[in-house]
Structure formats: structure tokens, C-alpha cells
Ligand binder design. Sequence first.
Ligand code: MRU
Length: 350
Amino acid sequence: MIKTLEWTDEGVVMIDQRLLPTEEVYPVFKTYEEVAWAIKEMVVRGAPAIGVAAAMGVALGASDAKTDDADELDRAFGQICDVIGSTRPTAVNLFWAIERMRKLYAGLRNEKTPLGEIRARLIAEANRMHAEDIEANRAMGAHGAELIPDGATVLTHCNAGALATAGYGTALGVIRAAAEAGKHVAVFADETRPFLQGARLTAWELNKDKIPVTLITDNMAGHFMKRGDIDCVVVGADRIAANGDVANKIGTYSVAVLAKENDIPFYVAAPISTLDLNIASGDQIPIEERSEREVTHVKEVRLAPDGINIANPAFDVTPNRYIAAIITERGVARPPYQESLKRLAAGASG
Ligand code: MRU
């Protein structure tokens, strides 16, 4: 199984996703500042993986804060959460994970728990979130696999695989589960400009698992849909609003519109931790703008002329009307999402 990230006594070990698929390197991030940097620079990426990395970063920061004074630890803890919380704005899992760590900390401090024990409990919580994420992906896979017909060709965008999570993946988890259930599945992977998560990461993962994968550039999806080569689309999500609007990697919206035009079901697979029921619609989801260089360059090679305007939104929002179902670890939500997501978030299975 691909190891995306792991807590060790030396720090947080993460596969450096910027170097894949040519180099498989596992650096150790020894301070919370280093973990924050790794999230921002996309050493680790993908909403659930960012969440778990954030929790581990918080635990690491609290362990390293060399003080026996509770008030001082309170201040340090607040600062650690703020620094990690300022890395990437769109994936709600980051804020969900930090909030969970904050709540645990506040509860333990209220009970006047010794600081050493608080530190140990924070580490245990981060590790629990790691294990829970894999479990959620397995459950999502089991629910989602039912939607994938035997012999299907599935199109996916970006990387919502083991690398984007603690393991197994959300969208790729659904595809893996269908394959494990004995179905014949093949995947079309959009390359996903500008960061190339599809070409570099999804193709790498699926190839390792011997699931047939065809890499296409983003502008080819419509062509293959129109020819009848794609049976369904499965993507991940970075944040899902209460009405079922989904923020995901830039380009997802175009794929959803093309799928609707061609009568192809468009599915989203995401854990409950990706729901943000505090916001009514996708209009309120903050969209990260990344550096111009990601668009103008491929590695060290400049593709575009100097002196032009560049835009690089990292995510877009797909309106709920394009989404046939949202697959979660608690079951499959169908429209109207306002009700179905609320039910699942409250703990019901769908
Ligand atoms: O910018 P990234 O690579 O972090 O964006 C990742 C995505 O958009 C994924 O599709 C999403 O986080 C779901 S991952 C299970």
C-alpha cells in the first residue's frame, strides 16, 4: 500500500508528491513550521491528506513547545494552529482537523490534564484521524463500487487517490473497490493542468495497482465522452456546501458540464469531513489562487511570454445540478442534497 504520510518519533514522514513519478522520496518534517511549509508547497496535497498532515503538525508543534507553563503552552498552541491554518484556504478538511485538535486541547486543559499527557493525547488523536481516514475510504469504496458497472470506463480528474488521503483514496478508492469486487474497470485520467496531479500521481497509482489507465490532456475529455468511451465520472472534493455544490480541482466544472451534455453520470466521492454545512452554497467557498509560475512553466522550462497577465485559480465549483450522487463513508447522497447531506452528516446511513 502507498504510504502518503506517517507519524514517527523523528517527525512527520511524507512522500514528496512534487517529485513523483520520477523520484520516490520520503523526507521527515521535524517541526510544525516544516509541516505547514509542506502543505503550502504541496509536498502533501489532497483534502483528506492535508487534514491529517495538519493534525500531525499540530501534535508535533505541541510536543516541541518546550514549556512546563500551561498559559505559555496555550499561547504556543494557538500560534501553531494559526500558522497551519493559513497554508491553503479551499480544502475544508484542513480547518476540520485543526478544529478537532483545538477542541481536544481545550477539553483536556479544562480538566487540568498534565501537559505531558495532553501532548501524548494530541499525537494519539492525529494518528486516530489517519486510521479513520483509511477506514472512511474503504467504506466509501464499498458504497461507490455499486455505482460502477462491470466493464466500465471511468473518467477522473486530478488525484483523489491514496496520495490525496491517508490511504486507498476517495474517487480512486471507489475504482479500487470495484476492481477488488471483481469488476473490470478501466480509467481515463485527465492530466490536470497546471500541477499535473492526473499525469504524475493518478497514472502512477493506478499503474502500480495494475488498473488499466489511459492518460489524456484535459481538453480531450469531451471528445471521448461524445464517442461513447466514458461510462461515468468519479472525482473527489475539497469542500462541499450544504446545497451539494462541490469545490474540486480546477477543471472539474468543465468535466461535469461535458458529462451532463453527454448523459454520463458524474459522481463525487468524499468523506463527511469534506462537508461544510455552515455555508449555504458553493459561492461562499474561498478559491485558492496559486503562483503564476505553475501556469507559465513546466518544471524549469518557460512556456509563455513575459509581460502577460496570468490567472491560476486552483479550484472551481461544480453546481449541484450536475452531480448524480455524492458518495460518503456513511452512504450515497442523492439530490436534493440539502436534505440528504444533512441526514448523512447527522450520522444516518444513506
Ligand atoms: O491542489 P490539490 O492537489 O490539493 O487538489 C486536490 C483535489 O482537488 C482533489 O480532487 C481533492 O482534494 C480530493 S482528494 C481525495
